[in-house]
Design a protein around this ligand. Sequence first.
Ligand code: 5GP
Length: 114
Amino acid sequence: MTELTLFEKIVAREIPADIVFEDELCIAFRDIAPQAPLHVLLCPKVPLKMLSETVDGDGELLGHLFLTAPRVARLLGYNDGFRVVVNNGADAGQTVFHLHLHILAGRTFAWPPG
Ligand code: 5GP
């Protein structure tokens, strides 16, 4: 049997997390090593590995994630000043291979990112 991803274990409550939002398709919880006053990870409940492995059939879910990101930010008090990041692949800094959106807010962000 395939080992559950770290984030599937959070969905299943096998490991604890500070969950701030959940619906039938996705879950959002605070990052364990926050890079901003608000740093939440928004994940699909199904284990998509990374953005570049998504297919046309994932469109509805991807749309849902991007519609949910501003709602989660708003829920936590950040209406427009937030950043959404997806690290795709190890070279881009992805360390957990279960697709997730980083939602960051509460400080000024530099561009280009590091
Ligand atoms: P990535 O580097 O894959 O884009 O992002 C993975 C994120 O998951 C990192 O920001 C890291 O701090 C976070 N993370 C890793 N392990 C855990 C954990 O056990 N719990 C939570 N809440 N976040 C984690």
